[in-house]
Design a protein around this ligand. Structure first.
Ligand code: EPU
Length: 334
């Protein structure tokens, strides 16, 4: 066997949340052969598998994980015309920075989102009016059941809000993704914070690098940086019926929501947690709600996984009681 399987490895340092117990087994994989070996090892020992990328959206339980954690470290970035193919283990923002420096457009609004390319695809990351799926041309994934590599074209990826076939089907492990970028395309600068940034800075036709600068400035102002002790948005923005939205709007006239165009509304969970629940800035020991963005839960030092989850549970119960809306976690629980 080529790969080195480690035992009883602390997982907290492999996640940005910095909580949780040990992995019984832990393997770093650099290519599909390594991955295959790791899977065979798990199969022989009847172990569950958990795929870890940058650990920026994962919350490890206090009990850790009794199976095999596979950390994807497959590297490589290649350009062909306006397409860039990036391996799952590349850091997402390295790809964005590089694309912007080559004047390739399409992913600049997703600047400085932590995590790997694999995570970006699985989660269909999104920010400032853009989702990863819009530029994904295809995804190469390893099917561990069929033991084969398969190419998924965008339409086969079942992308949704922080959703994809790779998130739903645990047998599929992302190896790389190809993004279709463009030399010329209309920038997405109509998102509230972005628009305001360019107005404040009196920039009417921002260049590509100015857009990246804007996103970096907006994110670093609102989000903990470096992203340690957090997993970004802890909850998803809940989608409700137009009827539910209207009744909430009656009760909370200032409520923030985005019309989805299909008789549903996506509610701002940050707004609900902040203005309905008044949770922004609240702390329970080392577990807290970020003071600048209420959707972000922060481990300020030595909070345990249980303390983070207990704070999350309190928030969910409170919002449910006050609005009837049940928040769902965006972070993935290991
Ligand atoms: N707001 C508040 N209080 C707060 C923060 C925000 O009332 O403490 C209100 C503001 O009115 C603001 C609105 O909520 O205009 C939306 O806030 P924001 O622009 O920060 O975006 P979000 O909906 O909270 C989503 C994504 C983020 C992404 C931002 C920017 C989800 C779950 N989160 O947050 O993604 O960066 O939009 O586009 O969809 C992530 O997924 O981890 C993540 C950080």
């Amino acid at each position: 066997m080529n790969i080195h399987i480690e035992e009883n490895i602390k997982l907290a340092p492999f996640t940005t949340m910095r909580v949780g117990g040990n992995a019984r087994f832990f393997a770093r994989v650099n290519d599909v052969d390594d991955l295959n070996e790791a899977i065979i090892f798990a199969r022989e020992k009847s172990l569950q598998i958990f795929i870890l990328g940058g650990g920026s959206n994962t919350l490890v339980s206090g009990d850790g994980f009794s199976g095999l954690v596979i950390k994807i470290e497959i590297k490589g970035i290649a350009y062909k015309d306006n397409r860039v193919t990036a391996s799952a283990g590349e850091m997402w923002d390295d790809v964005v920075r590089d694309a912007v420096s080559r004047n390739l457009r399409g992913i600049e609004n997703l600047s400085i989102i932590p995590g790997t390319v694999g995570g970006a695809v699985v989660q269909n990351i999104g920010a400032y009016g853009v989702e990863a799926k819009e530029t994904i041309f295809s995804v190469e994934a390893f099917d561990i059941k069929k033991n084969e590599i398969k190419i998924f074209h965008r339409d086969e990826c079942e992308f949704g809000y922080r959703e994809s076939i790779f998130k739903k089907n645990k047998n599929l492990i992302v190896l790389s993704a190809t993004f279709e970028l463009a030399q010329h395309s209309t920038p997405h600068t109509d998102y509230e914070d972005v628009k305001k940034y360019f107005e404040d800075n009196e920039i009417s036709e921002p260049t590509l690098s100015q857009i990246r600068e804007a996103i970096v400035a907006i994110r670093t102002k609102k989000m903990p940086a470096p992203p340690v002790g957090t997993a970004g948005s802890f909850f998803k923005n809940p989608v409700v019926s137009a009827q539910k939205y209207n009744s909430l709007k009656n009760e909370f006239p200032e409520i923030k929501a985005y019309d989805q165009g299909d008789n549903t509304y996506k509610l701002s969970a940050a707004w609900l947690i902040d203005h309905v629940g008044k949770w922004r800035g609240t702390r329970r020991g080392d577990a807290g709600v970020h003071e600048k963005q209420a959707l972000i839960l922060v481990n300020y030092g030595n909070a345990s996984a249980e303390e983070m989850l207990s704070l999350a549970r309190e928030i969910k119960n409170d919002i449910k009681k006050k609005t009837g809306v049940m928040l769902e976690e965006e972070v993935v629980m290991m």
